[in-house]
Ligand binder design. Structure first.
Ligand code: COI
Length: 370
């Protein structure tokens, strides 16, 4: 079967005949953590220069057998996405703005000289796996089934060039809180030494290498007793960009007059789906919202003079995570009282309400699966 762009998606369904026994699945789902357990099945779709996308299959979750010279292992042509399937209050299953992930996956592919996966194949693979493994979608509002679409280069060879074959895969994992301490605020280290992304680089792409390159700065944050690293721009080392793998929001003022500011998408930030949804949701809740620039000095001064009242990070995995303590070379400060602030809390609740079907989907963000 070949998948021409725009054609209908067809997938061969060959699920496992030996799913994990109910009792073991229920035990894993009682305390899933993040990315620890995986469902019974997965999807693979192949691409070659001659055949395009072909051979879409849902089959048992299993290890890959790869030649040691396969290109992805050497030069890092590897991209991924992250989205969740939610069990809603009426027990139906739904995705949240999955077409945004489909389109970002295509943009990431373009940046890494990989072939774009058609939206129909992205959506079709997810629908097939979520339907097949629906017993793995948790009930609890703080949990969901985390979906991980990804693509690797599969040509064998050590010449540095784009591969002529690729493998798209989709795996799924029941997920609770991303951070071990749940909703508890995190402490952050402002990294003035390392940068995540430079103009013209791969910062906008969700490629594996961006995350590999972040680990040493994350380790430095840990040495400073901080949970997470905050990335600054690569040119001046003073504009806040992201926290770890998540986008950032700053809250100025309080109550109905609060204003939210998130760093602009300059080309070096990952355009997060949660970030984008909050731009709209915050307006719905009556707050003013801006995309702009926040320097580390403004952050420190805004905290000292009380204009910045809350800071939070946002992403699919952890939703909204408050930032309580900030450290940089020679200074540290606390934001708020160390608890999640009222604006962050309200936005988090509003987003989860839509995702779990407890509030109307007035922006057409929800994609029902069952
Ligand atoms: C997210 O916030 O969803 C992320 O991208 C983090 C992920 C790498 C676990």
């Amino acid at each position: 079967m070949t998948l021409a762009p725009g054609s209908d998606f067809e997938i061969e369904l060959r699920p496992t005949e030996t799913p994990l026994p109910d009792e073991q699945r229920v035990r894993q789902m009682a305390d899933p953590g993040f990315g620890r357990y995986f469902t019974d099945n997965m999807v693979t779709i192949s691409w070659s220069a001659e055949r395009g996308w072909h051979d879409a299959q849902l089959h048992p979750y299993r290890p890959l057998e790869l030649d040691p010279a396969v290109m992805t292992l050497h030069y890092g042509q590897a991209i991924f996405e992250g989205l969740k399937a939610y069990r809603r209050v009426d027990d139906s299953l739904a995705l949240f703005r999955p077409w945004e992930n489909a389109s970002r996956f295509q943009r990431s592919a373009a940046r890494m000289a990989m072939p774009p996966l058609p939206e129909a194949a992205f959506m079709g693979s997810i629908e097939a796996l979520v339907k097949q493994d629906q017993a793995w979608v948790p009930q609890n509002r703080e949990q969901a089934l985390y979906l991980r679409p990804f693509m690797i280069a599969t040509d064998v060879g050590l010449g540095v060039r784009p591969s002529s074959t690729y493998l798209y895969m989709l795996i799924a994992s029941p997920a609770g809180a991303y951070f071990p301490r749940g909703l508890a605020p995190v402490s952050v280290w402002l990294s003035e030494e390392y940068t995540r992304a430079a103009p013209g680089g791969t910062g906008e792409a969700k490629c594996a290498g961006n995350y590999a390159a972040s680990l040493v700065a994350q380790a430095q944050a840990a040495e400073q007793d901080c949970d997470q690293v905050v990335w600054l721009d690569a040119v001046e080392h003073r504009w806040a960009e992201e926290m770890g793998g998540m986008n950032l929001y700053f809250v100025y003022g309080s109550g109905p007059n609060a204003k939210l500011v998130t760093p602009s998408l300059t080309g070096t930030l990952l355009p997060g789906v949660t970030r984008d949804s909050l731009l709209t949701l915050a307006k719905d809740l009556g707050y003013s919202v801006e995309q702009g620039r926040i320097s580390t000095d403004e952050w420190q001064a805004g905290n000292a003079n009380g204009t910045i009242t809350e800071v939070f990070a946002c992403g699919t995995a952890a939703v909204i995570t408050p930032v309580a303590q900030v450290k940089r070379l020679g200074a540290e400060w606390m934001i708020g009282d160390g608890e999640i602030g009222p604006v962050s809390r309200r936005l988090r609740d509003a987003l989860l309400d839509i995702q779990h079907g407890e509030a109307p989907d007035s922006h057409g963000w929800v994609h029902q699966i069952t």
